[in-house]
Design a protein around this ligand. Structure first.
Ligand code: HEM
Ligand code: HEM
Length: 186
């Protein structure tokens, strides 16, 4: 069983973390935007329920997302598939910025809750207490701005990432998608 990345391709650890994190991030987008929508429609009960899900689910998957970022840096990097230089640069930069924007969301989300003087309520199961002694308006506003920037960075980068993957899968047919589905055989 190939757990760790090699020069030839990704190991099961990276593959599992990649797809679990992708699913978790989609759930965070769904709940975040649905909460925003409910707020704009003036449906306060729905907004509260969706935000409760967003925060509870976000806290539950925060360690998974951090592990996903750490696993990228802690393992050997598979050799990038050869293509034109500008596309190699675009692919490398997209991957790095995706990881940076995940970090921005995982840090700014909890900070926005805590600096508002609230604990992080995980589905009424348990709460992660705020480290702030009192509400902190400056940190709260900064965290909200960072969370908004991170979300748009993620959306654009995921668009570029999926477009690139589809190009590799259907035009270049060079096995890039295959190596994120199962480790490459020796
Ligand atoms: C990849 C991860 C994440 C994504 C894609 C994401 C996405 C979003 C989106 C789209 C909104 C918009 C809702 C609105 O404007 O009303 C939002 C708001 C919010 N999110 Fe997240 N989020 C993520 C992680 C987290 C985490 C881990 C937490 C905390 C545990 C969190 C807490 C919040 C809070 C408190 C708000 C409302 C305040 C604000 O707009 O800044 N988020 N998020
Ligand atoms: C939230 C969504 C996603 C994020 C944040 C994300 C992030 C990443 C990152 C950072 C890498 C670099 C490899 C590493 O982990 O070290 C990667 C690789 C990859 N991703 Fe995604 N990804 C997402 C969704 C998707 C989707 C939906 C697809 C398929 C359509 C996909 C296909 C791939 C493939 C094929 C690779 C391997 C690229 C290579 O071998 O050079 N990803 N992804």
């Amino acid at each position: 069983m190939q757990w760790i990345n090699t020069e030839r391709g990704y190991g099961w650890l990276s593959i599992a973390l990649h797809w679990l994190a992708a699913f978790a991030i989609i759930m965070m987008f769904w709940s975040g935007f649905a909460a925003e929508n409910a707020g704009e429609l003036g449906d306060r009960a729905a907004r509260r329920a969706l935000m409760g899900f967003h925060i509870g689910f976000g806290a539950s998957i925060a360690l998974l997302l951090l592990a996903r970022v750490a696993a990228h840096f802690a393992q050997p990097r598979p050799t990038p598939i050869a293509q034109q230089k500008p596309l190699m640069l675009l692919s490398g930069a997209t991957h790095l910025l995706l990881l940076v924007s995940i970090l921005i969301q995982v840090i700014s989300g909890p900070l926005a809750v805590w600096s508002g003087g609230r604990d992080i309520n995980v589905f009424d199961f348990f709460a992660i207490p705020t480290p702030f002694a009192a509400e902190n308006e400056a940190v709260h506003e900064g965290a909200e701005v960072a969370h908004a920037i991170g979300r748009w960075m993620l959306l654009v980068l995921i668009g570029v990432h999926i477009a690139g993957t589809l190009k590799h899968a259907f035009i270049d047919r060079d096995g890039v998608l295959r190596r994120m589905l199962a480790p490459t055989k020796p």
